[in-house]
Design a protein. Structure first.
Length: 71
């Protein structure tokens, strides 16, 4: 299947550049980006993925947008 027209594009989000928590891992940090990505390994499965820069520094982690909340 062809990629959607907005594939791998940044998506606006109300919490961009704000402190957030990933409820799945408990990681707190700054929401750096939300991107519409194909996460399927055997086919197409498109999701909005949040990228969080941990407050302690280090590599940004990715999680589903539904897993983030404001801190």
């Amino acid at each position: 299947m062809d990629a959607p027209h907005d594939a791998n594009q940044h998506v606006p989000h109300a919490l961009l550049h704000q402190p957030v928590r990933d409820i799945a891992s408990g990681t707190e940090g700054i929401l750096m980006a939300v991107v519409h990505e194909n996460v399927g390994t055997l086919g197409d499965h498109w999701m909005e993925i949040a990228y969080i820069r941990p407050a302690a520094g280090g590599v940004e982690l990715s999680t589903a947008v539904a897993n983030i909340e404001a801190t």
